[in-house]
Every structure is written in structure tokens, then in C-alpha cells.
Design a binder for this molecule. Structure first.
Ligand SMILES: *Cc1c(COP(=O)(O)O)cnc(C)c1O
Length: 427
């Protein structure tokens, strides 16, 4: 579907009327929720043609989020790697430190225009909860965030952030007491009152219209980056790389390049402790077709269609499903899906920190890891654009504790980075 947000980019006109990207997507819902989704779809399609809405959105993007985020040529990293030029789209510089604020502001603005009083969502590590609580505070709506009580204990700083921002954190103490049951609890709460509340999904997943809506709100990333890199280099990049959890930051940057057939697109999934272990969340690489949380896509599931427990060092990436548009883009071969392990992500985390003074989120570090691997194989006149989806402040304690620096500085000479790169190159 074309609308005013995406008309700047020549998208492929997907999803269709039923929210399908080829065989993927759609809406698999109880009838009561189906009519609610139809209402949201209708309202969204009207609102994105409304100049007042678009002005309010772009004003907040500029003056509140801090858009456009820069594109930065990581010269020292590129030189050290010794191959292609690596450019970073700096979504880590947004207010709240990641790309999630882009769609949260869009969703809460929509909620407000629909006359809703409250936005609700689930959260795992708390990143989506914090972004949504931020947008709700900004626009004066109530906010309930459902969170497993195990996660509440683990993610204390994000729980505090949400509370400070005025959100109610609702503990979920059944089942796994983590993300999966938080989703179920939030859906139930939504079913209980779909009139005054609205569910705000955290990625390009869930039933139609969410994969379309969240992609459209994130498409600003690609629209900006496509212009910026052409201004800097005089041409389009050779490749674009992004990490894929649910897939929103990747769809945000890819959407502007889908029609540029010469630009190769790479989604990077979390290989965790290895693709041959159960401890990964590489949904496209290892998954099969199924239905989860109201949409059809590739999933990591057992023989009876139950989602498998998944794992990644980056909590934003450990979801057993993936946005339906990614499954579609994989099926037609437009996007290549690769993976990076925990350890490769940590190496990229330290590498980017040391070479550029930028501490990336562990999620984004997966994309950086793959870009480093690619860059080594390519010539100096090749340009790789990486979506740096977020900053790593949230990850520093975990990394220092579990991957001590000394492991990465074999010569222990205070500037072990050359050795570090040599170590990557050996592999
Ligand atoms: C949540 C998160 C992701 C993963 O979500 P996508 O929908 O796949 O983009 C990636 N990076 C950061 C920094 C995140 O917070």
C-alpha cells in the first residue's frame, strides 16, 4: 500500500489489502480483535494522508528525537579492517538511544488521534517499554507495560525508567514469567478493553496492520540514509546491513533501497552460541513456516507448532518469529540473511568502541560484525552502510563481566586492537 509516509520511496506496494506479503503476514485473530484491527487499519490509512498528522510527526522527529541522525564514515575501523569502507547510520544518537522511538511516537500519535486514553504493550528486556513510556509521557497518554516478573528483576534500570516516565509496569507471574507470557497477558488485557486502550507492537510483527505501520514509521531511517550517503559518496552504497530481531530497524533502512536492485541487502540474525546448538534465534536461517502472535511467517517452532525457547546475548534479538516482510524478502531472494554469534558480536562491540569511540548496542553489534566480515573480502572502493540501531550503554556491565577485556588484548599492551583484528582475520 502506498501512503504519504512511504510515497517518497518507491516501495513494492506491499502488503496487499489483507496484509499479506506473498504467503506471509495476514491476521489470525479472534473475531472480536479482527474488527478492532480493521478499525486501526482504516484509521491509519486515513491519518497518513492527513497533512496535520504528518507535520506533527515530522516536527517531533526533528525537535524531539533529533532527526535526521547522521551517517558517519567509520574511517579508522575501515582502515583497520583493510577492505571496504564502512558507513554507520547513527540511530544510536536518537533520544532514548535507539531506533524504537521512531515507531513508538508514530503509534502513540495514532492512538491519540483515535481518541484512546491508554497505550499498552509487553516488553522483554524493557527497551520497547521504555520507548513507549517515553512517547506516552510526551503525548500525555497513560501507559501499561506487561513484563514477566523474572525480567522485572533482571532489568531493574529499565523498570525504574518506565516508572519515572509515569508508566505502570504490570508483573506477569505465570508460565515462563518472561516475554512470551507477557505478550499473552498484554493481548488478554487488550481484548478486555479494546475501546479505550490500544496495543502498540514493538517491531514489524503481529497481525496486519502492525508490520506495515511499524515499517512505515521506521522508513524515515532509510529515506534519510539514502540521501545522506549519496551526498557523501556521490552514489548509492554497494551493500546495506542491519541486525534482525523482529526486523523493524532492518525494514526501516531496507525499505528505501528495495527498488535499487544493484544495492545488496543483508539482514543479520543472532547465531547465539552457534547455529548447530539450540541456543540461537536465527529465525530465517533455521525456521519453518507457522503462525505466532496473529501472523504467518518463518518461526523457530517444535513439531507441534509451539515456539521454541530462543537465545541471544542481545535481548532485543531473541524472538522466535520474524516480521512477515522479511520472510517474503527472503523467499524472493531480495535480502540475504546471515548470522553472527555472541562472540562475534562482542568482538565488534569492542572493535567499534576502540576504533571509533562509539559503543554500540549488542543488537547492533551483530550488524557491525557482519559488516567487518564482508569488508575484509571487498575492495577499498566498496561502500557498506550499516544501521547502527542503538547505543550500548545498557550492555556495558554485562559485557565487562562475561567477556573480560583481557581476553581481547592478548598482548596486553594497552592498545590491543591490532591483535584483536588479527584474531578476527584468522577466522
Ligand atoms: C529492539 C532492538 C533491536 C531489535 O528489534 P528490530 O525490530 O529487529 O529492529 C535492535 N537493536 C536495538 C538497539 C534494539 O533496541
Amino acid at each position: 500500500m502506498q501512503n504519504a509516509i512511504t510515497k517518497e520511496i518507491n516501495t513494492t506496494n506491499l502488503p496487499d489489502q489483507d496484509g499479506r506479503f506473498g504467503e506471509y503476514g495476514g491476521a489470525y485473530l479472534p473475531p472480536q480483535l479482527q474488527s478492532v484491527m480493521d478499525e486501526i487499519t482504516q484509521a491509519y490509512l486515513e491519518i497518513v494522508q492527513d497533512p496535520a498528522f504528518l507535520t506533527e510527526l515530522s516536527t517531533l522527529q526533528k525537535h524531539y528525537v533529533g532527526r535526521p541522525s547522521p551517517v558517519y564514515h567509520a574511517k579508522r575501523l575501515s582502515e583497520a579492517v583493510g577492505g571496504a569502507q564502512i558507513y554507520l547510520k547513527r540511530e544510536d544518537l536518537n533520544h532514548t538511544g535507539a531506533h524504537k522511538i521512531n515507531h513508538c511516537i508514530g503509534e502513540v500519535l495514532l492512538a491519540k488521534k483515535l481518541g484512546k486514553k491508554k497505550v499498552i504493550a509487553e516488553t522483554g528486556a524493557g527497551q520497547h517499554g521504555v520507548a513507549l513510556a517515553t512517547a506516552a509521557a510526551l503525548l500525555g497518554l497513560e501507559c501499561d507495560i506487561y513484563m514477566g516478573d523474572i525480567d522485572i528483576k533482571k532489568e531493574a534500570p529499565n523498570v525504574s525508567r518506565m516508572k519515572i516516565l509515569g508508566a505502570t509496569v504490570v508483573p506477569v507471574s505465570r508460565g515462563t514469567r518472561t516475554l512470551k507470557d507477557a505478550v499473552d497477558a498484554a493481548f488478554e488485557a487488550y481484548l478486555g478493553d479494546p475501546v479505550t486502550q490500544i496495543y502498540c507492537i514493538g517491531s514489524v510483527v503481529g497481525p496486519h496492520p502492525f508490520p506495515m505501520m511499524v515499517r512505515d514509521f521506521q522508513s524515515v531511517v532509510g529515506i534519510e540514509a539514502r540521501k545522506q550517503i549519496q551526498e557523501m559518496t556521490g552514489r548509492l552504497p554497494d551493500s546495506v546491513v542491519a541486525c534482525v530481531g523482529g526486523g523493524s530497524n532492518a525494514m526501516g533502512i531496507f525499505s528505501a533501497f528495495l527498488e535499487d536492485k544493484q544495492v545488496k541487502l543483508y539482514g543479520v540474525e543472532p547465531a547465539g552460541k552457534g547455529l548447530d546448538t539450540p541456543d540461537h534465534a536465527a529465525t530465517i536461517t533455521k525456521g519453518s513456516v507457522g503462525i505466532l502472535h496473529g501472523f504467518k511467517s518463518l518461526l523457530l517452532q517444535d513439531n507441534s507448532g509451539e515456539p521454541l525457547p530462543v537465545y541471544s546475548i542481545a535481548s532485543g534479538l531473541d524472538y522466535p518469529g520474524v516480521g512477515p516482510q522479511h520472510s517474503y524478502l527472503h523467499s524472493i531472494g531480495r535480502v540475504h540473511y546471515e548470522s553472527a554469534t555472541d562472540r562475534e558480536a562482542v568482538e565488534a562491540f569492542y572493535g567499534l568502541s576502540r576504533m571509533e569511540g562509539i559503543i554500540p548496542a549488542l543488537e547492533s553489534s551483530h550488524a557491525v560484525a557482519h559488516a567487518i566480515k564482508m569488508a575484509q573480502q571487498l575492495g577499498k572502493d566498496t561502500n557498506i552502510l550499516v544501521n547502527l540501531s542503538g547505543r550500548g550503554d545498557k550492555d556495558i556491565d554485562y559485557v565487562m563481566e562475561n567477556y573480560p577485556l583481557v581476553e581481547y588484548e592478548p598482548q596486553n599492551n594497552g592498545n590491543g586492537f591490532k591483535e584483536f583484528l588479527a584474531h578476527i582475520k584468522q577466522k
